[in-house]
Design a protein around this ligand. Structure first.
Ligand code: MEV
Length: 322
């Protein structure tokens, strides 16, 4: 039997992270050039040796049973088997490869869940719809993170720009102009569960200030949806900056991200902010044109480990980035 492969993109939150966990909206896009690939290869000999898992970037090379109980790979396989009403693990190898870093704000856990669920159900002979995929990936995210909003698994499952509110079906969005984003890695690894958990602890202690910031972020995100759909690039950049101000007030930025944001703005970016969980990971900047080389140079000089173009185009078929 030939190997089966499923790919899931990385994700980029443009506006609304963290507030989205509390029921406010967020706007997110897939990152086409960064993906995670899950491959299933049947093993003929020995016939009943079960499922093995290899994920070199995660230092995993073991039988399925040896994965820790709450590991997202394990959770993804279990929810898929349960969904399909299948009890027995197939005799196969599941291999995971990604071309972007884990724990950096690009939604690696959602990409992992989506790619594994997709390839596993295909391997077992079942095709899965996007809403089913999204529901299962959300279950995996919940077991791995505790209280995710669901924005990551939604944008990765649907693989298109979305408007997202927790508990509702995501709304696909069409940009009104070509947007040229860049994302830059601060090099600092940070778990989203940790930053979400820390904010929740502070919210429990005193919610007034945090709720005020969230309401402002929600207002900016709603204006951002209009600017995105009508192609007002400059306005969208201003809203990103205002969103960053609120995230910084919430204590979610850090000197390395601040340095990257400042470098992007100084070299002419229309907007710059952290993306995802914050306190490290990636930031996102908006370039006024498709010419992004000067921003890349400035970001690298300011300490970025890598810089990636993320074009969000009115006609994505014309996107030649891989
Ligand atoms: C993480 O990519 C985005 C957060 O808003 C968490 C979530 O929505 O679950 C920080």
């Amino acid at each position: 039997m030939p190997a089966l492969t499923a790919k899931a993109p990385a994700k980029l939150i443009l506006l609304g992270e963290h507030a989205v966990v509390y029921g406010y909206p967020a706007l997110a896009v897939p990152v086409a050039s960064r993906w995670l690939r899950a491959t299933m290869q049947a093993r003929i000999k020995p016939a009943n040796s079960g499922l093995t898992v290899s994920a070199p970037q995660l230092d995993i090379e073991c039988p399925f049973e040896a994965l820790p109980e709450l590991h997202p790979i394990k959770a993804a396989v279990i929810v898929t088997l349960r969904h399909l009403g299948i009890q027995r693990l197939p005799s196969a190898n599941l291999n995971i490869q990604a071309n972007f870093p884990f724990s950096s704000g690009l939604g690696s856990s959602a990409s992992l869940a989506v790619a594994v669920i997709r390839v596993f159900s295909a391997f077992l002979g079942h095709s899965i719809t996007n809403p089913e995929l999204n529901t299962l990936a959300y279950q995996v995210e919940t077991s791995a993170h505790g209280t995710p909003s669901g924005v990551d698994n939604s944008v990765v499952s649907y693989n298109q720009p979305i408007w997202f509110i927790k508990g509702a079906q995501p709304t696909p969005l069409q940009p009104g102009a070509d947007f040229h984003f860049l994302i830059a890695d601060s090099g600092i690894k940070k778990s989203t569960a940790a930053s979400v958990g820390e904010l929740a602890r502070r919210h429990d202690e005193d919610s007034t200030f945090i709720d005020e910031c969230f309401k402002k972020i929600a207002g900016l995100t709603r204006l951002g949806r209009q600017a995105f759909q009508s192609g007002e690039i400059q306005r969208f950049g201003e809203l990103m900056n205002e969103n960053q101000e609120q995230l910084a007030k919430l204590g979610l930025s850090c000197p390395e991200l601040d340095r990257l944001n400042a470098a992007a703005l100084k070299s002419g970016a229309l907007g710059a902010k952290l993306t995802g969980g914050g306190l490290g990971g990636f930031m996102v900047a908006l370039s006024p044109t498709a010419e992004t080389v000067p921003f890349k140079k400035a970001l690298i000089e300011a300490g970025a480990q890598q810089v990636i173009d993320v074009p969000v185009l009115t006609n994505p078929e014309g996107d030649s980035h891989e």
